[in-house]
Design a protein around this ligand. Structure first.
Ligand code: AMP
Ligand code: ZN
Length: 116
């Protein structure tokens, strides 16, 4: 855990979040500034800064994380019509919170992938 990381604080309950799902390895919660009617974040409980910090030993957790993204999307009712998943990495990727997270964006059709 990183003491100044807001997502670690959500993991340990120091700051509140609208949690959707939790197990021993991952947590899912609603994004505080939703970009779409459904906007959730799924994160590993362990403080991993970004996708580039995943290592061989994280394979099992990373597979679980991805499978739980699909599970959470089903729970949120967006799976049938579809949703977008997004991982931003570091500065050029637009990463604002330095704790690995996967966005789930759904509830409406999102536009084509446009990078501006
Ligand atoms: P990124 O730009 O990929 O790092 O996305 C970070 C996301 O975290 C943004 O969509 C923020 O709205 C969201 N966020 C920041 N703080 C919180 C919080 N306390 N609870 C829920 N979502 C948050
Ligand atoms: Zn963290």
């Amino acid at each position: 855990m990183s003491s100044d990381c807001i997502f670690c604080k959500i993991v340990n309950g120091t700051i509140p979040a609208r949690k959707i799902y939790e197990d021993d390895q991952v947590v899912a919660f609603h994004d505080i500034h939703p970009q779409t009617p459904v906007h959730a974040l799924v994160i590993p409980k362990r403080h991993i800064v970004c996708l580039d910090d995943l290592r061989d030993e994280d394979r099992t957790m990373a597979g679980h994380l991805l499978e739980r993204v699909a599970h959470v999307a089903r729970e949120l009712g967006v799976a049938a019509e579809g949703y977008r998943t997004l991982i931003n990495t570091r500065e050029h990727g637009g990463q604002e919170v330095d704790h690995l997270h996967i966005h789930i964006l759904g509830g409406r059709r999102v536009g084509p992938m446009v990078c501006r």
